[in-house]
Structures are given as structure tokens and as C-alpha cells.
Design a binder for this molecule. Structure first.
Ligand code: BG6
Length: 484
């Protein structure tokens, strides 16, 4: 197996799921701070808890004294980042994928000047990483639109948000030009298809009767934002690489019926539409039919096509957790599965996690080859991982052999994809330290190599403990993926 020399090995986190300190040092609220935890009985597998909201819902969250909003305290990374980064360094990380909380820099999104304390915080975090030889790979927006932009502008439905984003990214490129050489414009940009608020910061008050029109208009603005960010990044940090990211939806036809295969193909195309525009710089021809069928009429300005063309990404990245099955005709007996934003038919040949996410390492190999075939550009695995309920054993340790088995299979297949000819340059395992779940806002679904002693209600010592997988991943990194 042949991961290249200098391969980037590390973990991935997001500001809104780990920093906490949601209103500290001038930070404004982001949409993530309105994501409630609904208790043990919530529907775990098919659910993003802050998918569709109105202004009224948002104000109710902000005034809610009883509710539980775990992303507001996270795992207190804001105050404990030194200890955490030191543990990442000891595992051998040479990359840490993290995000900047946009509303730490521009608290409402539309200020004239940035918040110096927010900028200083990331200076400190990046310095701490670089001290250990860890390259920060920064996602500029990870489900973290400033709430001010949602409430007062309609989030990404409003073209003004493109320019607020451009100002924000220009600010951080200038500030961190000597510290950060890898960037991603938007986390899982395609997930706006299932949630306008989570993916685009768009409140119901701003939408029309044609959801598809609103969705594709907002997507157009996201594409412009991404392209402008790429251009700025190239100008300000010529030696940096900036990429795009999708939640890859790999799927199999339910049968050999041509109809099932066609549906499967089209679902894949809908997913790759996002990377098509960001990697190639123009809309693929198939989207015009979708727009026509759904009465979508994108409002564009004359310079937009050129902006997209001038802002092609340098690499493509993806989160990859599971696969689903596609079938032309679904009836009430069809067994469905889902994993946060991914829905599809259950595959009888695959095992599922406690949250019903279907494990499929071969699907990862296929996904990598598909992306490489399509774009012929370097690929980065921004997220793989297993969310499970970890227990502290009587010996005081966390024996997460299931996580080791899971990641071993996935990393082995990533290696096979490299042998197949894919130009893969790094892997960051999701939630390398336990953090709050994006979809359900719970702590009990843990992904980490490092356990954090805090429960769904924010109670606990916040002590960090190494799980068995911590020592395993350390060996994987030391051997550059040979010892699995
Ligand atoms: C991805 C997101 O969808 O999956 C992360 O980029 C998220 O933010 C991860 O945490 C796992 O999903 P969840 O819902 O289990 O936290």
C-alpha cells in the first residue's frame, strides 16, 4: 500500500461543535448556536435538529432559558486547545482540519471591521499547531453562518451575503497568510439540498413557494462565494491550495433493471453537480433540465460566469461515511436508511452502526476513483469516522475496538484507491476528539480517538482520555499507513 511521502494524516473538527464560548470575547451567535438537543428519545437516524427554522423559532431559542444547546459549550476547545493540540501532536498528526467561526471574526456578519479578539484566538491556535509541525487545514464555513446574516438578510438567498463572505475570507487570508496553506471554502456544500437553514442560513421568512427556486438561487450564491474565495486566496497566498467539499453520496442500483441504474446515475449526478461547478468553473448541462422542470430561474449578473471560471478549486475533498441504494420505484415495504443528511434505501449486504449508518469501505474506494476520474485533481478525505456510544470500562479505559476495525477497513481501501492511481494527499478522521453531533446536538455519539468527559447536558469534568484507537492511529501515522 502506497500513501505518498508527506501524506497528510490527522483529524477534523469544526468550531461550532467543539469550541463552545459561543458569546465570549465578542463572538456573535451563529446558526449552530440555535441547534437544540431534544433529549434521549429523539429520532436519532433521520434528523438534523436545525434544518428548517423561522425568525420566531430563532428568537425563541435565543430567549430560551430552559432549553439545551450543546454547541454553545461544545467541549470547551476555546479554553483547552493547547492540551488538545498537544495530544494530537503526540498521536503524530501533521494536519488538523478545523474551521474558523465566521461570527468570531464578524459577529453579525456585516460589520465594517473585524473583531480583533476573534482573530487573535485563531492566531494562537495556528501557532500552537505549527509549533508541533501540524498544518492547519481550514474550512471557512462549516454550518456556521452568522445569525445576523440569517435574521437580517436571509442568509445565502441574498446576494449581499456573497460579499460579506468575500470580505470575511479576505480578512482571514491576509491575517493568516503565513500560517495556513490549505483551505476549504464550504463544508458539505451539497447539504443545502436538504436543509436551507443549516446549509444556507435561510429562514422560512425569506423563502417563496418554490423551494427549488430558493435552493438553487442560494446555491448560485454559494458558488460565487466559493469562486471569489479561491481567487482571493490565490492572490493573497500564492503557495496555498484551496478546495471544495461535498458529502459524497455513493449509491448502488437496487437491481440490474436499467430503470434502477438510471435513477442511481441521476442521484450521483445531482451530488457531483456541486463539485462540477467548483472544479470546472461552469454549470454542467444536465442541470438546465432540472431547473426547467422545477420552474427555476436563476437570477445571475453578467459577470457571474466569469467569476465561476476564475475561481476553480485546486483540489476536491469529501466527507464519506456510508452508501445507500437507489431504486426507480419505492413502495411502503422498501426499507430506508439515513445518516444525518443522507437518505436512501437500505443495502442488505451491509452492516449498520448504532445510528443506522451503513458501513461500506469498498464504497470509499469507488468514491475516490469516481472523483479522480472526473476531475483529475488532487483529492483529500476531509471526513471518515464512526459515531458510537463509548463506555468507560471497569479498568478506567475506553476499549473502542469497533472504531479501530471500522477505520482500518476504510483506510485500507483508501490505500487501495491510491494503488488504483488516485492522487490522494491526506485523510482527516472526523471528530478526532469527541465533540457535539452536528445532526442531533448530542455528545453521546462519539467519534474521537480522545474521550471527553461531558454528557449531553454539558455536565462532566471535561477531562480528556486516550481511547484504544488513539494508540492504534498513532501507529498508523508512524508507519505512513502500512501498519493497520
Ligand atoms: C458531517 C459534518 O456531515 O458529518 C460534521 O461535516 C458532522 O459536521 C459529521 O459532525 C458527523 O455527523 P453527526 O451528525 O453524527 O455529527
Amino acid at each position: 500500500m502506497s500513501f505518498k511521502e508527506g501524506f497528510l494524516w490527522g483529524g477534523a473538527i469544526a468550531a461550532n461543535q467543539c469550541e463552545g464560548a459561543w458569546n465570549v470575547d465578542g463572538k456573535g451567535p451563529s446558526i449552530a448556536d440555535t441547534a437544540p438537543y431534544f433529549g434521549e428519545n429523539q429520532d436519532h437516524d433521520n434528523y438534523v435538529c436545525f434544518q428548517d427554522m423561522s425568525k420566531e423559532d430563532v428568537y425563541a431559542c435565543l430567549n430560551d432559558q430552559q432549553g439545551i444547546y450543546p454547541k454553545r459549550w461544545g467541549i470547551d476547545f476555546y479554553h483547552r486547545y493547547k492540551e488538545d493540540i498537544q495530544m494530537f501532536a503526540e498521536m503524530g498528526f501533521n494536519v488538523l482540519r478545523m474551521s474558523i467561526a465566521w461570527s468570531r471574526i464578524f459577529p453579525n456578519g456585516d460589520e465594517e471591521f473585524p473583531n480583533e479578539k476573534g482573530l487573535q484566538f485563531y492566531d494562537d491556535v495556528f501557532d500552537e499547531c505549527l509549533k508541533y509541525g501540524i498544518q492547519p487545514l481550514v474550512t471557512l464555513s462549516h454550518y456556521e453562518t452568522p445569525l445576523g446574516l440569517s435574521l437580517h438578510y436571509g442568509g445565502w438567498l441574498n446576494r449581499k451575503t456573497v460579499y460579506f463572505y468575500e470580505k470575511y475570507v479576505t480578512t482571514v487570508f491576509k491575517r493568516y497568510q503565513n500560517k495556513v496553506k490549505y483551505w476549504i471554502t464550504f463544508n458539505e456544500i451539497n447539504n443545502i439540498l436538504s436543509g436551507l437553514y443549516v446549509g444556507g442560513g435561510i429562514l422560512k421568512d425569506y423563502t417563496t413557494d418554490n423551494r427549488k427556486q430558493d435552493t438553487y438561487q442560494a446555491i448560485h450564491h454559494l458558488f460565487l462565494g466559493s469562486a471569489l474565495a479561491v481567487k482571493k486566496c490565490h492572490e493573497i497566498i500564492p503557495d496555498a491550495m484551496i478546495g471544495c467539499m461535498i458529502a459524497r453520496r455513493e449509491s448502488y442500483p437496487a437491481s440490474a433493471k436499467p430503470e434502477d441504474n438510471l435513477v442511481c446515475f441521476e442521484e450521483s449526478q445531482e451530488n457531483l453537480f456541486f463539485t462540477d461547478v467548483q472544479m470546472r468553473g461552469y454549470y454542467p448541462s444536465f442541470i438546465y433540465k432540472t431547473w426547467q422542470e422545477n420552474h427555476v430561474n436563476i437570477i445571475k449578473q453578467k459577470e457571474d460566469d466569469q467569476i465561476l471560471l476564475d475561481g476553480k478549486c485546486d483540489f476536491v475533498s469529501m466527507s464519506y461515511y456510508m452508501t445507500v441504494v437507489s431504486q426507480a420505484k419505492i413502495d411502503e415495504n422498501t426499507k430506508m436508511v439515513s445518516g444525518n443528511d443522507m437518505h436512501g434505501i437500505k443495502n442488505p449486504y451491509l452492516e449498520s452502526s448504532s445510528w443506522n449508518w451503513q458501513k461500506d469501505e469498498i464504497g470509499l474506494r469507488i468514491a475516490l476513483r469516481r472523483l479522480y476520474d472526473r476531475y483529475q485533481k488532487p483529492i483529500f478525505i476531509a471526513e471518515i469516522g464512526l459515531g458510537e456510544k463509548d463506555e468507560i470500562a471497569p479498568d478506567g479505559k475506553i476499549h473502542d475496538s469497533y472504531r479501530i476495525d471500522f477505520l482500518r477497513d476504510y483506510i485500507r481501501m483508501a490505500g487501495k484507491a491510491v494503488d488504483d492511481g488516485v492522487d490522494l494527499f491526506g485523510i482527516t478522521c472526523w471528530g478526532c476528539i469527541d465533540l457535539v453531533s452536528m445532526s442531533t446536538s448530542e455528545m453521546s455519539k462519539r467519534y474521537g480517538f480522545i474521550y471527553v468527559d461531558v454528557d449531553n447536558y454539558g455536565k462532566g469534568t471535561y477531562r480528556r482520555m486516550k481511547k484504544d484507537s488513539y494508540y492504534w492511529y498513532k501507529k498508523v501515522i508512524q508507519s505512513n499507513g502500512k501498519e493497520l
